[in-house]
Design a protein around this ligand. Structure first.
Ligand SMILES: Cc1cc2nc3c(=O)[nH]c(=O)nc-3n(C[C@H](O)[C@H](O)[C@H](O)COP(=O)(O)O)c2cc1C
Length: 395
């Protein structure tokens, strides 16, 4: 830890029962690392509430670490209280960065709970680096491959992941405090909608207009992934996927390899334009996410920011936010800026663009995209070691 590094505030709500296995694991594996790294651990409800209140007023960069100590049934009453507090919090944009550790002696619940917390914290304005979650599941089975590759125990692999998360948080905080960028922002906007009738597309038009008005040199590349243009991933063997990835390609080729990969590699920001279809992302956008696997194997997306415009007819925008967070931030490593989603409700064509106050909301969202500093570093997906960004391909 360097002298001027911001402190890490660890929000670790009190466990419900001292006898829980997960509690012991957090105490024996995680707590000593947090002590060594000089984090400040806050466990009492009142302390946590006061800390979140202070965050709403400060402009100083703050790093938070959420530690969720779930019982075997996947529930922690202390964590639920924290979730409620987060839903009543609003911090200054991009001044607060967080990671999350979820420990549960069950094969399920860890990711789902983490995603709920990240979505609530993000809506409060808190940013997350790529891969912000360290989960510890039943028997630490999720660390078995990592432990085998490093020829170590699952417990040590768990400890290593916590250390790497702390280092990633510090490095990202440093980047976010860096000077404003000199180059124009480069945005890749992905949609699968009809230009004429789509509500989500109409909001994108408003956001685009505001961006170009504020920063005319911004590069916005737009790719439409409508029916038939994109085949879904069909799960090639790992080595084959890796081989194609090393050549910035994928076995199935097509628009993904010819247009999307090169545009993605040029972009520093990805904007997902998502209508709510049956409380989920539409199939073409899911296919895009699945087809990222090949490129991600050799080039994780830690230096790219993820934003989204979501429109639902009635409700459920938060479900899509969680789907994007889980697939693209937690899994594929995109940086998640505070308030990454503009989520609105409209059913009939033309309705979203006519919503009360929509121009102001689109304007604020566009400004948030422009204000975000560049992330210049990348992290090796396997080792988690931060390295200087290199260009491997010459597309
Ligand atoms: C196949 C389909 C499924 C939908 N499912 C939902 C839903 O589960 N919940 C909801 O609130 N709206 C749902 N809607 C409504 C759309 O989210 C809404 O019309 C939105 O404006 C669509 O955005 P678009 O115009 O950009 O396509 C659905 C619409 C379609 C076509």
């Amino acid at each position: 830890m360097k002298q001027n590094d911001p402190n890490i505030l660890c929000l670790w709500p009190e466990a419900d029962g001292a006898e829980a296995k997960s509690t012991r694991r957090l105490q024996t594996i995680v707590r000593p690392i947090l002590a060594q790294e000089e984090t400040e651990i806050l466990s009492e409800s009142r302390q946590i509430e006061d800390t979140l209140k202070k965050l709403t007023e400060t402009s100083e960069m703050t790093i938070l670490l959420f530690v969720l100590d779930l019982q075997e049934d996947g529930v922690s009453l202390g964590a639920e209280k924290l979730l409620r507090m987060l839903r009543h919090t609003a911090v200054k944009q991009d001044r607060c960065l967080a990671g999350i550790i979820v420990d549960c002696d069950n094969a399920n619940y860890t990711k789902a709970e983490a995603t709920r917390f990240v979505q609530a914290a993000n809506a409060a304005g808190i940013s997350f680096p790529g891969a912000p979650l360290v989960e510890a599941t039943k028997d630490l089975k999720n660390f078995s491959i990592r432990a085998r590759n490093a020829q170590t125990t699952r417990e040590e692999a768990y400890a290593d992941s916590v250390r790497m998360l702390l280092s990633r948080l510090r490095k990202t905080a440093e980047e976010l405090q860096a000077q404003p960028r000199e180059n124009p922002r480069s945005i890749l906007a992905l949609h699968a909608s009809s230009h004429e009738t789509s509500n989500t597309y109409a909001l994108f038009e408003k956001v685009k207009q505001k961006i170009l008005q504020e920063a005319p040199d911004t590069v916005i590349e737009e790719i439409g992934l409508r029916n038939g243009t994109l085949q879904d991933c069909s799960g090639c063997p790992y080595k084959m996927c890796l081989h194609f990835g090393e050549n910035a390609s994928c076995f199935y080729g097509g628009v993904m390899v010819e247009e999307v990969y090169p545009a993605l590699r040029r972009a520093d920001t990805v904007l997902m334009i998502c209508p709510n279809y049956n409380d989920a992302l539409s199939a073409n956008l899911v296919a895009f996410i699945n087809r990222l696997s090949s490129l991600y194997r050799v080039e994780p997306f830690f230096d790219k920011a993820l934003f989204s415009i979501i429109v639902s007819g009635y409700s459920g925008g938060d479900i899509l936010e969680r789907q994007l967070i889980s697939a693209l931030n937690m899994n594929k490593g995109f940086f998640l800026p505070g308030r990454f989603a503009l989520a609105e409700r409209a059913m009939e064509p033309g309705e979203a663009a006519a919503l009360k106050g929509i121009d102001a909301r689109c304007g604020a969202f566009a400004e948030g995209m422009l204000r975000l500093p560049f992330l210049r570093w990348s992290t090796d997906a396997k080792s988690g070691i931060i390295k200087a960004q290199t260009t491997k391909y010459n597309l």
